[in-house]
Design a binder for this molecule. Structure first.
Ligand code: NAD
Ligand code: AKB
Length: 319
């Protein structure tokens, strides 16, 4: 990887906090400028406050740090977005436009994360192909489809080197999720490991595609590192790791924590989840840039329980 200065927008979030640390460990702390609308709990390198709607401030930071690459992670996710559609549209779309416009002007390379939320109930629900019907039913999904198309437009029209993957629900022990429909798959582990019963906000048989954080970071860095002429997709690549229902995840956890209690009280997020596929076909990513996930349900569950077990023991919750 070339040692270019990188700016991360939304660096305090579930993915941003892990990506920032990974990039800092590999490139050096000063090469990675973290930004977010709120301050981090702990600063591990350069940090600047940035509201992505403030284009002038973003431009100032790009110049100040001689930034060459942007990872644009700031967004309002599916569940929060349905509670405030106008705000979600503004942050997700105006934010992306600010990034794309400045990337064009300053000739920057960009990473834009899309989501399985681009799919809707008209999309084939199993093994969803790369090219398919994109008619999402949430404001978040609409903003991600539009975002993908704008990324492709800026690449075709202006040569902006913007790359993207459609993350499934991301599961990791390092950080908490920020207002999505797949959040249950992280929360459940925190409850299970502390010996607390968990009430899931989705029905027991709702299958969704998920990806372990290690794999998500690997995919992000691989697609950004890939030779440009190998990338046949300039909207966003399908990406798959594993697929499971809340009941299957509960069973996987019970193999390690047999006394774990799981119940279900579906809320408004059930409808969002029902519009999304159960599994994803990611063969184009595998062919173009060698994508290969390392974690399945069993391996991910074991790692989550071990890592969170250590964390909570340190905090003495089992004392
Ligand atoms: P998150 O909600 O945890 O983090 C988003 C960060 O953006 C937060 O730290 C927040 O403070 C910041 N932010 C919000 N509004 C902002 C603004 N106006 N200006 C600057 N920063 C702002 O989200 P995440 O889960 O880390 O997701 C990162 C990206 O990946 C998003 O684009 C999301 O759509 C995408 N994605 C995430 C998942 C997942 O499961 N986590 C799945 C698919 C796609
Ligand atoms: C959400 O649930 O909104 C996100 C996503 C799949 O984009 N985790």
């Amino acid at each position: 990887m070339k040692k270019e200065t990188i700016l991360i927008i939304g660096a305090n979030g579930q993915i941003g906090s892990v990506l920032t640390e990974t990039l800092r460990e590999s490139l050096g702390r000063d090469k990675v400028i973290a930004t977010d609308i709120k301050k981090p709990t702990e600063e591990t390198g350069p940090f600047e406050l940035l509201d992505i709607l403030d284009k002038a401030q973003l431009h100032k930071l790009i110049r100040k740090y001689k930034v060459r690459q942007i990872y644009h992670l700031a967004a309002i996710l599916s569940a929060k977005g349905e509670q405030n559609p106008k705000m979600a549209w503004d942050v997700n779309m105006v934010g992306l436009f600010n990034v794309l416009e400045l990337a064009k002007e300053e000739k920057l390379k960009v990473f834009f994360p899309s989501s399985i939320a681009v799919f809707g109930s008209h999309t084939p629900q199993q093994n969803t192909p790369q090219e398919t019907i994109l008619q999402p039913e949430t404001v978040y999904g609409i903003s991600k489809v539009s975002g993908e198309l704008w990324c492709q437009y800026y690449f075709n029209k202006y040569g902006v080197d913007v790359r993207s993957v459609r993350y499934p629900g991301i599961i990791g022990y390092q950080s908490m999720p920020g207002g999505g429909t797949t959040d249950y798959a992280v929360e459940i582990f925190h409850y299970a490991v502390q010996g607390i019963p968990y009430t899931c906000f989705l029905k027991s048989d709702t299958e969704l595609p998920m990806l372990y954080m290690e794999d998500a970071i690997k995919a992000t860095l691989e697609v950004m590192d890939c030779a440009s002429d190998k990338l046949s997709v300039r909207t966003s690549y399908n990406l798959a790791g594993m697929s499971f229902t809340p009941a299957q995840l509960g069973d996987a956890i019970k193999k390690w924590i047999p006394q774990f209690e799981l119940s279900y009280e579906p809320d408004f997020r059930q409808e969002i989840a029902e519009g999304w596929p159960g599994s994803i076909d990611d063969q184009v990513a595998r062919k173009d840039w060698g994508w290969q996930p390392a974690f399945d349900l069993e391996k991910m569950t074991k790692d989550m329980i071990q890592k969170l077990g250590k964390k909570y023991r340190k905090e003495n919750v089992f004392a």
